[in-house]
Design a binder for this molecule. Sequence first.
Ligand SMILES: CC/C=C/CC(=O)SCCNC(=O)CCNC(=O)[C@H](O)C(C)(C)COP(=O)(O)OP(=O)(O)OC[C@H]1O[C@@H](n2cnc3c(N)ncnc32)[C@H](O)[C@@H]1OP(=O)(O)O
Length: 724
Amino acid sequence: MERYARSSAVAVIRLRNPPVNALSVEVLQALEDGLKKAEADPSVKAIMICGENGKFSAGADIRGFSTPKRHRVALGPIVSLIESSEKPVVAAIEGIALGGGLEVALGCHYRLAHVKAQMGLPEVTIGLLPGAEGTQRLPRLIGVPAALDMITTGKHIPATEALKLGLVDEIVEENTIEAAIRLANKVIGQPLGPRRLSLKPVPKLPNTDAFLREALAKVKKQARGFLAPELCFQAVKAATERPFAEGVRRERELFQRLLSSEQARALQYAFFAERAVSRDHLSLAPSPLPGTLLSDVYIYTGLGTMGQGIATSLVKAKIPVVALEQDLEYLNKGRKAVMGLLEREAMKMEGGAQTLDFHNPARLQFTVDFDLLSDVDLVIEAVFEDMALKKEIFHKLSKICKPGALLCTNTSALNIDEIASATSRPQQVIGTHFFSPAHVMRLLEIIYGRHTSPTAIATAMQLAKALKKVGVVVGNCFGFVGNRMMFPYVEQAVFLLEEGSRPEAVDQALEDFGFKIGPFRMSDLAGLDVGWRSRKGQGLTGPSLPAGTAARQRHGQRYSPLPDLLCERGRFGQKTGKGWYQYEKAGGRTAVPDPWLHSFLSQYRDSHGIKTRYIDQEEILERCLFSLINEGFAILAEGIASAPEHLDVIYINGYGWPKHRGGPMFYASTVGLPHVLAKLQKYSEAHPDVPKLRPSAFLKKLVAAGNPPLKEWMSYLSRQSPKL
Ligand SMILES: CC/C=C/CC(=O)SCCNC(=O)CCNC(=O)[C@H](O)C(C)(C)COP(=O)(O)OP(=O)(O)OC[C@H]1O[C@@H](n2cnc3c(N)ncnc32)[C@H](O)[C@@H]1OP(=O)(O)O
């Protein structure tokens, strides 16, 4: 506890625990001590709580949830202590007030926030609920619908919205601390009863039961097996049904249930994994390439679907863009699409189009003039996946761009070294694999080639950060990390159809597991023709396939021609109205099981002498997931990625892997590596012509070593890539 000024009647309690003032056991103890001291000091007439360094608090120390020490001091009783103070307590919210931080503020009698502050109860995102009485106080303050929305989604809200909701009493543009002191002085002596949220009733709704029924249905639909949102709902519901103290008891019960759950462990692992992955590579080089990001012009070539999303993403990050296309027709099409995307993005933002300023040619210009590239710092090439075309472009870029410019290629599988070989500066060539839609998806897979310099890697990581994306650095191999792990997963899904399953059964099993979308719905969305083109390019199908090749064998391994057969019949998925499912029209979105496909599958099995069998959910999950995980172990062993956390971050942010399962490698660690190995051995014996089911040597090694925890896996490998 300190005084604002020597003779001030306002005691100041400052939460101090850099970088985000997390409420560690020590901070909580100091807060309790400070409150008691202020309460006992007759010269103190009011109390102000604020955070050090312009941040109120990011809430409980997440690392503490897995240590026994946290049980020593509980936040809930401290929040009650604040509220029951006989002296007015004012929260001065700067920067962030999240989770337990906001719960502390809810215990205060007054809340004043800086206009740029953000508030939220994001516990749900780490598998928990606000366990310091927040689920009981917030609905009393802002009403059930708004509280439920904040608590079940965990979203951060800006101070302006908090003011509208009544979450804060006042917002200020200048010095928050001084304003809070003024407020504290002003309210000295005023009655505190009406300011104590625990004493307020929960505002009534016209039909609470109907509202809660609908809200629960919505929460359940979105959760797909994720427990925390539903338990958050139950805690808020308790506030509508029980007196405050009983509601708090219910909140504690639910909190304890979540705290000990595997899902909370998975989400907290994912939280730190994401941060560790970013930190690892940002520290690779002392500084990015010459020319500071954000102030220099970026250029990218190609305005197809990916290019449009990338341009939008750059403009949103306030990075000046010059967009290049090969001719005016494509340029005009691309311009229209990008402007449309930006209009929509601007509508979601405060300040709209003015904030993004995309009509300003200094921010965004469109051109067909390649020579404009001579002075840019960074190029992102985003033409379609054609090696010859990419090499031609990189050869030109190498001649035109200034010596320091970083040359990025947006590719999902092509060889970075081969692309770099077309330039005179392979050390400055790097892969940047964006995910579609590029202005929405958070993942950026960054692929270094044999000659890529550490500085180039660090610059690409800076770019990811500037775009508010999660950059993950990986080595160069076909499909890199994400798609390489996806190939066996999709392969198994198709083999399951051959053996007797249906697209809807496979999708359902994986969606019940928590994937946003199953493999067949995903394939229909992305377009079956994309894979078909790639397989034709690899000589697996199409005119270059040698005559007499067995229909279901390639290079001595099992192959399914099913996707090719669909494409030959013009079934490309949503875009043609038919694929693995049927749709209401070409471009339709609603997938409906297709009787034609079912009879096509039956005929296919008959014609190849395949006996149809019933395949249960367990087999669907094990074959799809364990083959994907198996590839992950091979990737780690080859040094393509530097740690299992990297694979998990890629899968959560780029492939719709359910975050509450922590990513594929974390999931493998939770089911146990001996179990994964045994299942792979079983399926591999049943399908000896499928190499991707053969357990990886690294997985076997870890099992032989006694199933060590995930954190220790990499210590069992002798070889690591020098760049990772
Ligand atoms: C019974 C009481 C129950 C209470 C429940 C809770 O309060 S649970 C905690 C709820 N709070 C959160 O979930 C907030 C999590 N943090 C964030 O969302 C973000 O970190 C941020 C606060 C918005 C800041 O984001 P920014 O991008 O600026 O920085 P980083 O994310 O990189 O974070 C900086 C470092 O701080 C660490 N950190 C952040 N929050 C916490 C936390 N609550 N506990 C512990 N550590 C936290 C973060 O890990 C970074 O450090 P690294 O060493 O780089 O990992």
